[in-house]
Design a protein around this ligand. Structure first.
Ligand SMILES: Nc1ncnc2c1ncn2[C@@H]1O[C@H](COP(=O)(O)OP(=O)(O)OP(=O)(O)O)[C@@H](O)[C@H]1O
Ligand SMILES: [Mg+2]
Length: 300
């Protein structure tokens, strides 16, 4: 069963501006789902709809297989979230910040120490949150989201603005929450490189449309499909016509001959053929599309 599922989610802020064009999202139980897209793609809008922070216009949203509208309170009790900048009291310590919310949520007092431990902020003592680094503030926000002992975390770009070290710390924290506490995580980002080491599933959104959705291995196999050969020769023009006589669908790009990846034997044969025709071959390389390139291709 999917922990979160939407069908045909459409949202327009005005007649002209349709932010979401029919989002079908499936977040399986136990997944770390990376919701990727460039600025303005519709990530925050989708997440706000999921949390009921925006009024739904069209489509369906369900959590744990039940319609969100009919189970709003029960659902939100199981969801921790961080949308846009966290609301932290700068003049209070981490513990005091959590104590305020513990009273509001009416969760057990001992939860405060537990979540501080969980996010690695137990040792911050009397230090005011206003003096925390951005990474610490983000971890305090995760602690706040965890206070209610949720089974789902919905996080909108929690790595935004963090340095490489802060990004690694956040990644380790989220992995731990997922594995040890069995929390399903939906995390948005505009950078694949920031989350590819974390996620199990990926949804790529662009201009309000879901361009890809699947497991990380599925995204990687897409990458293998788009790998190609790049060949440098002393006479690309002639080499191109010889290669294409073999029906290989090559083209010249940036002074290299580019063609779909071939098995090893075929590469050897092609090289022999070129050399036989007095063409100097100085380079044959396999170019693997990295995930970033696939992402850029999908949103082009
Ligand atoms: N409150 C609003 N009023 C009008 N338009 C909005 C509002 N919020 C978002 N939009 C528009 O909806 C589209 C999607 O915005 P959204 O904030 O969901 O994108 P995003 O993927 O979260 O981008 P970013 O990476 O910049 O956070 C954009 O074109 C944005 O201008
Ligand atoms: Mg956003």
């Amino acid at each position: 069963m999917n922990t979160i599922e939407t069908t045909n989610l459409v949202h327009a802020f005005s007649e002209k501006e349709i932010a979401l064009q029919g989002i079908n999202m499936q977040v399986p139980e136990g997944a770390i789902y990376g919701f990727l897209g460039p600025n303005g793609a519709g990530k925050t809008t989708t997440l706000r709809l999921l949390l009921g922070l925006l009024k739904k216009q069209q489509g369906t949203i369900s959590f744990f297989g039940k319609p969100f509208e009919q189970n709003r309170i029960a659902t939100l009790q199981k969801v921790g979230s961080l949308i846009e900048s966290p609301s932290i009291y700068a003049h209070l310590t981490a513990t005091e910040n959590l104590a305020v919310l513990q009273k509001i949520y009416q969760c057990p007092k001992q939860r405060i120490a537990e979540v501080l431990e969980l996010v690695g902020l137990s040792g911050t003592g009397k230090k005011k949150a206003g003096k925390f680094s951005l990474g610490m503030k983000q971890r305090l926000s995760i602690a706040i989201a965890m206070l209610n002992d949720p089974s789902i975390l919905i996080l909108d770009e929690p790595t935004n603005g963090l340095d490489p070290n802060g990004i690694i710390e956040m990644r380790e924290l989220l992995k731990r929450l997922n594995q040890e506490k069995k929390i399903t995580i939906l995390i948005s980002s505009h950078l694949l490189s920031e989350i590819e080491k974390l996620v199990t599933h990926v949804g790529i959104i662009h201009k309000g449309n879901m361009m890809f959705q699947g497991t990380l291995p599925e995204l990687i196999s897409k990458q293998q499909q788009t790998s190609h050969l790049s060949i440098g020769t002393s006479d690309n023009g002639r080499a191109l016509s010889i290669i294409n006589d073999q029906q290989l669908n090559a083209k010249i790009t940036a002074e290299k001959i580019i063609l779909p990846l071939l098995p090893k034997e075929k590469i050897v044969q092609m090289n022999e053929l070129l050399v036989k025709n007095n063409i100097g071959v100085f380079e044959i390389t396999t170019v693997k599309n990295d995930l970033e390139t696939i992402f850029m291709d999908l949103i082009k």
